[in-house]
Design a protein around this ligand. Structure first.
Ligand code: C5P
Length: 297
């Protein structure tokens, strides 16, 4: 049996550049892994079996981890199975890549369990068939993402920084969120460059001023609880607040302990997490220092 951490991601900047002929949207984004993580355990079994005790998370073929395992088995041309147990900590439908993280961890874990010897690039190509965020979830750390999000440029040497995540009590389905952007009259197209320069300098203040997300205005307009939550967060933390992915998660870059305390007391209906950014996506649980794991869960 092997246990793996499947870390969540946030988007520090996310520009939905436009629609592509294949029906997907062209993105320009800065992906960032955070310590918040699901725990994925794999062990040999006769067939592929995914289980998760969290209500609302599918256990069968609708689970991205199941799909990733089936794709890997087909690609390898083997008949082996695996029992995959997912211990969820990443809220679903939040734009934090939880399902993609589980799929990424499953690919990495089964590549090892089944001794397939596939490269990270080969796993990423398989993962893209399960979901657009899976290649980043395998790579982890800090990356520029283009295309559907699979054309990745890693940024090395970015020091971890504090971050808080607030998830309002509403799940956002990705495909519908893209439609909301398409129908929005004046979509914002945030520039990646100021945030990239701030990250390279380790300038958290400048980073906090450089965040942006095309989804934020249309999703806040469609979901009043998101707009209300954004209002409360901005009253507590005037800078460094932005939506992650297609929502509903909202992040606070450089959040202080006092601000997190206030968010918890003023937003009792929201999931509030605080911790640090992470320099890896998927990793074996045993490889982590205990303190890092504690903060990640
Ligand atoms: O790739 P994934 O399964 O996560 O995408 C879910 C849906 O989100 C797609 O079916 C598509 O409607 C939309 N999407 C998109 N452009 C992207 C990623 C996702 O339009 N780059």
């Amino acid at each position: 049996m092997a246990t793996w951490l499947a870390r969540a991601k946030v988007n520090l900047v996310l520009d939905v550049v436009g629609m592509r002929p294949d029906g997907y949207h062209e993105l320009a984004t800065i992906f960032q892994s955070i310590e918040l993580a699901d725990v994925v355990t794999v062990e040999p079994a006769a067939d592929i079996d995914v289980s998760c005790e969290t209500p609302g998370i599918p256990a069968g073929p609708e689970n991205l981890a199941f799909r990733a395992a089936a794709l890997l088995r087909e690609r390898a041309g083997i008949t082996a199975g695996a029992r995959i147990v997912i211990d969820k900590h990443i809220p679903a439908g939040a734009g934090l890549g939880g399902g993609s993280a589980d799929a990424a961890a499953t690919l990495v874990a089964l590549n090892e369990l089944w001794a397939l010897g596939l490269s990270a690039g080969e796993l990423a190509a398989l993962g893209l068939a399960a979901g657009s965020d899976v290649p980043f979830m395998i790579a982890g750390g800090t990356c520029i993402g283009r295309g559907r999000g699979e054309l990745l440029t890693p940024l090395a040497g970015i020091a971890p920084f504090p971050i808080a995540v607030v998830v309002p009590p509403v799940a956002v389905a990705t495909a519908g969120a893209y439609r909301a952007v398409d129908e929005w009259p004046s979509p914002q197209h945030p520039d990646l460059e100021p945030a990239l320069a701030a990250l390279r300098r380790g300038d958290l203040e400048a980073l906090a001023r450089s965040l942006g997300n095309t989804f934020e205005a249309p999703i806040a307009a469609r979901e009043p609880v998101v707009a209300a939550t954004l209002g409360v967060i901005r009253a507590v933390a005037p800078r460094g607040v932005v939506m992650s992915g297609s929502g509903s998660a909202l992040i606070v870059v450089g959040a202080s302990d006092a601000q997190v305390e206030q968010l918890r007391s003023r937003l009792p209906g929201c999931f509030v997490w605080s911790g640090r950014t992470a320099s890896a996506g998927v990793c074996r649980l045993a490889e982590n220092k205990p303190g890092v794991v504690d903060r990640g869960l």
